[in-house]
Write a protein that binds this ligand. Structure first.
Ligand SMILES: [Zn+2]
Length: 520
């Protein structure tokens, strides 16, 4: 007896991943992206990335994977159009190589908050173009995306089932990709292709308010899980927190329901969950206290040991330049003693290197007047002129003290701050680096001969990501508000494109969530 073997399902894989920050200056070009094309993509099968997880699942399901290309970059400013066109050409090249053979499905690994000069909804444009290709109008399109996406009608219309991460910090990115692949397998096995419905909540929450262990996200995610469980027709309910620093018409908190059941049921679910978000909107409107007040309070209430001030407005891991002067200015104006802060400033480092002929000071201190920071964001007050004493110069190379940190997952065992200098101005020590360095590893300081725990005060440019490194050495951790592109005070940001009215930018008038509902 011969078993009838079904041919393996042919699934086209592609990845395009960038969280675009509209309020930082400078653009993101092709060189910022890592690129894997064709079979090279298969190398990440099994690793901890979403693509790695999806490819491992594909192998488990016995799919015939057609790898197109995978492009990823760290969060940064507006992406150049050529990046998306490069991706689109690469995807077409992979499709042309099929020589007319059809695919059974497409699997995409997306971020969902990518913006280029010309395109406010890159993922929606990608799906529109894909659907317009011969043979792709009805091919199941599944995939995974970051919960900080700004989901759109075009994304809902052009995809069949996109699955969002459920954890922030994103410990489940790979797991979400595997879940999305499992849902595609369900589609391929049953022949049932679900539909996705979407609703915008008319709410913006800053990233600091989107931790999934805390409200308002915690309850929304719990509601999504119970909605999925109580109805077999529902394939997936996504809570999409949005990325409030990408200024687009659809920026903000939204929800999707993917279902093979009736449309009315999906719309009712969207209405219920949007209403819940609206009721909790103030809970997510987290604004830190002004740096002047927080630092002054800390000085009046001293503790034995280190106080860490986190400056989310200049959050390097969120795409900010790391050269903001807001907290430094407060340190200076309050004449803080035993304080340290790191500022990314290649020009200041180069100036100091030139002064000392590239050698560390040997005999007597080198003194200089330098201009520090304040160039990376139009929201900053500008460079601070300072008389400093040069303490040391280095190449900025360090080995990570914590090989399991988020930084390690991005950079490996080593990090390059680029040429760096330590300078001192009265009681304040400033580590000047060439590259912005996310404050996720204490070796940033120890490699420069500085013991971070020996300071009384230390400023870090992060919102949440610094906790793992600094909590063990700090007596207390305080968040401060300063002007900057990653400010949680959303009203301070120059939004021009987001659809109005939206909370918390606009007063009064409850916006009815259903008005923004997209029925497809
Ligand atoms: Zn994210």
């Amino acid at each position: 007896m011969t078993a009838s073997l079904k041919p393996p399902k042919r699934v086209l894989f592609a990845g395009l991943f960038h969280e675009t920050h509209s309020f930082v200056d400078g653009s993101t070009g092709p060189s910022a992206f890592s690129l894997l094309e064709g079979d090279a993509m298969l190398g990440c099968q099994g690793d901890s990335s979403p693509m790695g997880g999806a490819l491992a699942a594909a192998q488990g399901f016995g799919w015939h994977v057609i790898p197109a290309l995978d492009m990823r970059a760290m969060p940064s400013g507006l992406v150049e159009d050529s990046v998306f066109e490069f991706f689109w050409i690469g995807l077409n090249r992979a499709i042309e190589s099929l020589q007319g053979h059809s695919v059974d499905a497409v699997f995409l690994v997306l971020h969902g908050a990518m913006v280029t000069n010309a395109l406010e909804d890159v993922e929606g444009e990608l799906l529109n173009r894909l659907r317009a290709l011969p043979g792709f109008a009805t091919v199941p399109v599944f995939g995974v995306f970051d919960l900080h996406a700004n989901f759109t009608a075009a994304m809902a219309r052009g995809s069949d089932c996109l699955v969002a991460y459920r954890e922030n910090p994103h410990t489940d990115a790979r797991e979400a990709a595997v879940r999305a692949a499992s849902l595609l397998e369900r589609c391929l096995q049953t022949g049932v292709v679900p539909k996705t419905f979407w609703a915008h909540s008319s709410i913006l929450w800053a990233p600091t308010a989107t931790a999934t262990a805390d409200e308002p996200m915690y309850s929304l995610l719990a509601l999504a899980r119970s909605l999925e469980e109580e109805n077999e027709d529902i394939w997936c309910v996504n809570v999409v927190a949005g990325f409030s620093f990408a200024d687009t018409p659809d920026t903000g908190v939204s929800f999707t329901v993917t279902t093979s059941g009736p449309q009315a049921e999906a719309l009712e679910i969207l209405e219920d969950i949007s209403l819940k978000a609206w009721e909790d909107r103030e809970v997510g409107n987290v604004v830190d206290l002004p740096a002047e007040d927080v630092v002054a309070w800390a000085m009046q209430n001293p503790v034995p040991g280190l106080t860490v001030f986190a400056e989310p407005s200049d959050n390097i891991g969120g795409g900010a330049p790391g050269d903001g002067t807001g907290l430094l200015r407060v340190f200076l104006s309050l004449n803080l003693q035993s304080a340290a802060i790191a500022i990314a400033d290649p020009a200041a480092v180069a100036h100091l290197e030139a002064l000392s002929n590239g050698h560390p000071p040997r005999s007597g201190p080198v003194r200089a007047r330098i201009s520090v920071g304040g160039r990376g964001s139009r929201m900053d007050a500008g460079p601070v002129e300072l008389d400093v004493e040069l303490v040391s110069l280095s190449d900025g190379h360090f080995e990570l003290a914590d090989k399991n940190s988020h930084l390690a997952s991005v950079s490996g065992d080593f990090f390059e701050m680029g040429p760096s200098a330590v300078v001192r101005h009265e009681g304040i020590t400033i580590l000047l680096t060439t590259r912005p360095t996310p404050p996720m590893d204490l070796a940033q300081w120890t490699s420069q001969g500085l013991a971070p725990a020996a300071f009384s005060y230390l400023g870090v440019k992060a919102a949440v990501a610094h906790r793992r490194a600094y909590e063990p050495i700090a007596i207390r951790m305080l968040k401060v508000e300063t002007p900057g592109p990653c400010s949680s005070r959303l009203r301070s940001l120059p939004f021009s494109k987001v659809r109005r009215p939206i909370f918390p930018l606009d007063d009064g008038g409850r916006t009815t969530p259903s008005k923004n509902r997209e029925t497809i």
